[in-house]
Design a protein around this ligand. Structure first.
Ligand code: UT7
Length: 323
């Protein structure tokens, strides 16, 4: 018998305000047609004034706890993936802890930009396997609308706000690939590519800054690296693309999602796609897609899922799990 970290609950939250592509036509030299054809995005949600990342996280976490049938006080730890925390410190995770009414356990943020949820899952898995925690709330939450340069048409049309969360619990497994839970993890980063995707401000420079991206170059890295990391994770788990029920990819661009699925040899009717409705929500995109995939009746208990993401750093990775 070995220990596995199994998903027992999932939930998400999207802010009320929905912004269709046509909204950008009013202020920028862009079109609904360009945004749809180049990215697959049709609309995104933006947080209301005063609505923060930990607020979005609170709603998603509450839904995940309900779906798992547990209370916040039953949770040992919170790991929150975000690059847009409410404040420089304390962490958005401890803010979420307070909002949930948790008076014990521990909470911290993980910052790996769009790969943040993969890194957070990896951390949570390691803590559960090593016995440091029994039940962890893993959250991805972002308000990327706050770091958009609204005059830069090449970036501001691509991102959105939202949050998703899962409850991960310790369970007994046999060590076989039929086990439920996280079966393998593959993580990478390469800081030499900093200039491809970054925010040109921060605490040390006394500015907030805006997101800057060399889209074409990031696209090229994404297609190459995502298929490789997903393949590596499958191999570590002792599985192949034939075993995959669902790819749940980072939702940045439909063309990247399709190219990666093709490289992996998985047909598009086995890929959960939400980018048309959410845009790129960075670390929130995978838990959002997991939750929407369950809601749509796509993801079912026992399904073999491959998640993969890449973002600023560059940082990328993949987690293979059985739902
Ligand atoms: O989550 C982190 C990971 N991020 C990503 O994965 C994003 C990766 N990159 C992409 O998704 C794509 O590269 C984009 C959607 C950002 C851009 O698509 P592309 O096919 O690579 O277009 P491009 O950057 O080569 O731009 C083509 C043209 C350019 O004009 P010229 O130079 O050909 O005259 C751009 O100036 O499209 C122009 N353009 C726009 N036109 C209308 C750029 N943004 C816009 C826009 N509306 N919003």
């Amino acid at each position: 018998m070995i220990k596995r970290a199994v998903v027992t609950g999932v939930g998400h939250y999207l802010p009320e305000r929905i912004v269709p592509n046509t909204e950008f036509e009013k202020t920028l030299d862009t079109s609904d047609e360009w945004i749809r054809s180049r990215s697959g995005i049709e609309r995104r949600h933006f947080a209301a004034e005063g609505e923060t990342t930990s607020d979005l996280a609170f709603h998603a976490a509450t839904a995940a706890l309900k779906s798992a049938g547990v209370k916040a006080t039953d949770i040992d730890a919170i790991i929150l993936a975000t690059s847009t925390a409410d404040l420089t410190f304390p962490s958005a995770a401890t803010m979420l802890q307070a909002k949930l009414g948790m008076d014990g356990g521990f909470a911290f943020d993980v910052q790996a930009v769009c790969a943040g949820f993969i890194y957070a899952l990896s951390n949570a898995n390691a803590m559960i396997i090593s016995g440091q925690a029994q039940r962890i709330l893993v959250v991805g939450a972002e308000t990327f609308s706050r770091i958009m340069d609204w005059t830069d048409r090449s970036t501001c049309v691509l991102f959105g706000d939202g949050a998703g969360a899962v409850v991960l619990e310790a369970a007994e497994g046999t060590g076989e690939t039929a086990d439920r839970g996280i079966l393998s993890v593959d993580l990478h980063s390469d800081g030499r590519h900093r200039e491809l995707l970054y925010v040109d401000g921060g605490v040390s420079t006394q500015t907030t800054g805006y997101l800057r991206m060399q889209g074409k170059e990031v696209f090229r890295h994404a297609v190459e690296k995502l298929a490789k990391t997903a393949d590596a994770a499958l191999e570590k788990a002792g599985l192949t693309h034939d075993d995959v029920d669902w790819i749940v990819p980072h939702q940045a661009n439909l063309r990247i999602i399709k190219a990666t699925a093709q490289k992996l040899g998985v047909p598009m009717d086995h890929v959960v796609v939400t980018v048309q409705d959410h845009g790129n929500t960075s670390a929130a995109s995978i838990p959002l897609a997991l939750s929407v995939g369950v809601e749509r009746g796509q993801i079912k208990p026992g399904d073999l899922i491959v998640t993969e993401a890449i973002g600023g750093g560059l940082a990328w990775g993949s987690v293979v799990l059985r739902w």
